[in-house]
Design a binder for this molecule. Structure first.
Ligand code: SF4
Length: 258
């Protein structure tokens, strides 16, 4: 006869671990409501100084408009880590611009690199971008960022609604759906338009990315960025000829609430 199983006398510590996500969609909606009507500067000061979103990082590509968000965040606290994905495919001008901004704004730069073993195994020739850009972005951007973000509670992005139709309805605060951790993704500039950005550059005497003058209004890796004609969607020069609008860090049309 089988012995009867009895209930454990008490819950083991291992069973009692809190595995709930750090933030939920409810938290994101609450933060959107809390800062409704607040300026970007007020929102950033509240989030950073009052520690409303835990450990924070900025994710920056040091592209055409990156200086605005970096200046705004550094004006509140320059110690906020700035994560930069060094894909190995950037324009030399972007790396020089990054170094200039780091020095000028006193940024706390953290360079993220792709895993060497993954590169050797999946992109030995360095040409994966030419036949599988999604796979290339996965190795060079998505995985390294995923690993780095695991230790943060929230990240700032420089996304703006006017940049592309796929970003038109994004809120300021949303949940990062790239994993199950419940990290916040914060889009401080989502309601800024081109003239607002331009005015901020002038007002704060911020340096421009050198490639803008050469017809690149949106700048990513060199093999996947082409010049854009005046009047065209600024992001139409990214992955031209491919049915691809984002690098996998952000998903097209991602708008889980609001
Ligand atoms: S943007 Fe192009 S080169 Fe850069 S990681 Fe993606 S596919 Fe590769």
């Amino acid at each position: 006869m089988k012995p009867e199983l009895s209930a454990p006398a008490q819950t083991r510590t291992r069973d009692a671990l809190d595995l709930a996500p750090r933030f939920t969609e409810h938290d994101a909606v609450r933060l959107n409501n809390l800062f409704r009507g607040s300026s970007t500067q007020e929102m950033l000061a509240g989030v950073i100084r009052d520690n409303l979103a835990g450990d924070l990082a900025v994710v920056s590509s040091f592209g055409a408009e990156s200086a605005v968000l970096l200046h705004l965040v550094a004006s509140v606290d320059a110690r906020v880590p700035v994560l930069f994905l060094d894909t190995g495919k950037h324009f030399a001008e972007t790396l020089a611009y990054r170094d200039l901004l780091v020095e000028r704004l006193g940024l706390n730069l953290v360079v993220l690199s792709p895993d060497a073993e993954a590169l050797a195994r999946k992109d030995e020739t360095g040409l994966r971008w030419s036949y599988d850009p999604d796979g290339c972005c996965e190795i060079r951007k998505v995985r390294p960022l995923e690993k780095a973000l695991a230790r943060f509670d929230a990240s700032f992005t420089g996304r703006k609604a006017f940049q592309a139709k796929t970003r038109a309805n994004l809120p300021r605060f949303e949940i990062d759906t790239s994993d199950a951790q419940g990290r916040l993704k914060i889009n401080p500039l989502i309601d800024w338009d081109a003239s607002h950005i331009e005015g901020y550059f002038i007002q704060n005497d911020l340096p421009r990315h050198p490639l803008i003058a050469q017809g690149y209004p949106s700048i990513g890796c060199s093999p996947c960025t082409t010049q854009v004609a005046p009047g065209e969607d600024p992001r139409s020069g990214r992955w031209k000829g491919w049915d691809k609008t984002e690098c996998g860090i952000h998903k097209p049309g991602e708008e889980p609430f609001l």
